[in-house]
Design a protein around this ligand. Structure first.
Ligand code: PMT
Length: 399
């Protein structure tokens, strides 16, 4: 974080009081912090507090009436290594979607040269309202990264989703982006598997699962931030990633995934297998669409190759192999079995029984077990922060 320039946008919600702690965390870790506040947010936290903690003047309006100077949104955009808006209210969110710029904060958002991340905070009904969901999905499409709101007690007295992520969680997300670009994996090559596999029944149907690919893509992004060359072998997802150091290989079935991994594994230093690979596939694939003729239809399945198992069986001493285990029961016991059976260096376990963990969501809660018998559990975090934890663990593991 040392020397990183963090621009912090504060909008008008009760969670604004927590921003004092975030500024302290950023400053303590060596970041240079500048803040922009919407006029409404000054009702929730005093600009004097924000300015004193950040050790910089605070921008609120375009025009400083007292001294006749103006706050240049373009300069803010050029200055920052990262723009974080926290808390993000429903009002500012909807204006970001529209491209409005009726405040210094919004004009700065439109002028940003680097990434923007946001930490929404709203009351329960506002957060789960379809228009909020729609707006969050839209800014995500526009390239903004979202630190999901958490479940808990809200200022209204209600309990539910909408509470702004804690300052420590926001700090980790910021650190994962700007703090990770230190090239500590420069010259290293990694293969990552992500997403589901689709096992075709006929030309229109398949057996698949709910993996979105988010976990694997976040791991790929973090390795890229840290200078590695990445081969990302992914099943069907809606995600995209571009980088000069990335080779993105799109596959459908487990057999396709195996053949791509077999092509590259021997030249890689690390393998991180986050894909949810179908264990079985239909024995026969109909050439034409299967017709609805009978009341019952039996599909015969055959076992798919275990890609991770193959990589473990040919792994050399210089390679490090990391698997995932997605469980619904006996997480540690089942994870330990996979660690040993697949000859892994460590295994990342996640459970569908934990709220906010596993398929589809933007967060995950993991426990890592390594083959030296070390066990470490992590809090529920954004998948971005989880990816960083996994790669930091790998860094410590290889020494
Ligand atoms: O994609 P997201 O929506 O972000 O969700 C993330 C995730 C839940 C998919 C991810 O965190 C995860 O847990 N991935 C592994 C899911 C899984 O299939 O686990 P498993 O316990 O069935 O498999 C164990 C390991 O063997 C995994 O590393 C898997 O990639 C690998 N495997 C499994 C079967 C097979 N035929 N080949 C494999 O390589």
């Amino acid at each position: 974080m040392r020397g990183k320039r963090i621009l912090l946008g504060i909008t008008g919600g009760i969670a604004a009081y927590k921003i004092a702690f975030l500024i302290r965390l950023l400053k303590k870790n060596g970041a240079d912090v500048k803040c922009i506040m919407t006029p409404a947010s000054t009702e929730f936290i005093s600009p004097l507090v924000v300015s004193t903690l950040s050790n910089n003047p605070v921008g609120i309006e375009f025009w400083n009436k007292k001294d006749g100077t103006w706050n240049n949104h373009v300069e803010y955009g050029l200055w920052a290594d990262l723009f974080i808006i926290a808390p993000l209210t429903a009002n500012t969110l909807s204006k970001m979607v529209q491209g409005s710029c009726d405040s210094l904060l919004l004009a700065t958002y439109l002028s940003m040269k680097t990434k923007t991340i946001v930490a929404p905070a709203m009351d329960l009904d506002m957060y789960i309202h379809p228009s909020t969901k729609r707006n969050l999905a839209q800014i995500e499409k526009d390239g903004v990264e979202i630190i999901p709101a958490e479940i808990g007690e809200l200022a209204s007295g209600l309990t539910g989703e909408g509470r702004m992520a804690e300052p420590e969680t926001i700090f980790s997300a910021i650190e994962a982006i700007v703090g990770a670009s230190n090239n500590d994996f420069l010259g290293k090559k990694v293969v990552i598997t992500a997403g589901p596999t689709y096992e075709a029944l006929d030309p229109v149907r398949f057996i698949g699962n709910h993996s979105s690919g988010k976990m694997g893509f976040k791991i790929a992004q973090d390795f890229l931030n840290r200078g590695a060359k990445v081969i990302l072998v992914t099943g069907p997802t809606n995600l995209s990633l571009e980088d000069d150091n990335l080779s993105l290989i799109k596959i459908k079935s487990a057999e396709d995934m195996l053949s791509e991994v077999q092509n590259c594994w021997k030249n890689c230093d690390f393998g991180i297998f986050a894909a949810a690979v179908a264990d079985y596939r239909p024995k026969n694939q109909a050439i034409e669409k299967i017709k609805k003729k009978t009341d019952e239809l039996t599909i015969e399945l055959v076992k798919n190759p275990d890609i991770l198992n193959w990589a473990g069986s040919v792994k050399t001493e210089n390679q490090c192999l990391v698997g995932f285990a997605l469980e619904t029961q006996n997480l540690l016991e089942n994870g330990a079995k996979k660690l040993e059976a697949k000859n892994l260096n460590f295994i990342v376990m996640n459970s569908l029984k934990d709220n906010g963990a596993g398929f589809g969501v933007d967060t995950n809660k993991i426990t890592i077990l390594d083959n030296r018998n070390n066990l470490q559990s992590f809090e529920l975090k954004s998948k971005e922060a989880v990816a960083k934890d996994i790669i930091d663990y790998l860094k410590t593991y290889i020494g």
